[in-house]
Design a protein around this ligand. Structure first.
Ligand SMILES: [Zn+2]
Ligand SMILES: [Zn+2]
Length: 130
């Protein structure tokens, strides 16, 4: 699928298997549910740009534990009704394998790039506000 650079949001088929940002394949941010009706991935271009910037600076692997969520899956995982994951504005990045120093550096870096960062015990929620 062609990605329109001008578009604010990118809509991809759920089985899309292409690189969409530096070090990020579309598969990594697709919804984790198995609902038949869930057949696309929605992601904001600004979020992808921010991720690319993060990946350029953080030269180690980054694991996305949650990216886009369809409405149904968002309810299943207990997400808030207007979750930014549903709108393709947020992703959760694992910090589970980092030592304390790396984890703090990673969090600080995220805060300089994304417009909203929320820290959890083993992951960081990063978000672009629209
Ligand atoms: Zn889904
Ligand atoms: Zn999140």
């Amino acid at each position: 699928m062609k990605i329109d650079k001008e578009a604010a949001a990118v809509l991809l088929p759920k089985d899309c298997d292409q690189s969409i940002a530096i070090g990020l394949n579309a598969r990594e941010i697709r919804c984790h549910c198995t609902n038949e009706a869930c057949d696309f991935t929605l992601v904001c271009r600004d979020l992808l740009d921010a991720y690319s910037e993060l990946r350029k600076t953080w030269a180690k692997p980054i694991f996305v534990t949650s990216g886009f969520r369809c409405q149904m899956h968002n309810l299943d995982v207990g997400g808030v009704a207007q979750s930014s994951h549903v709108k393709g504005l947020a992703m959760d990045l694992s910090t589970g394998n980092m030592n304390d120093l790396d984890r703090q550096r990673f969090i600080n870096l995220c805060k300089t790039i994304f417009s909203f960062v929320k820290v959890y015990p083993t992951w960081v929620h990063v978000q672009i506000n629209k």
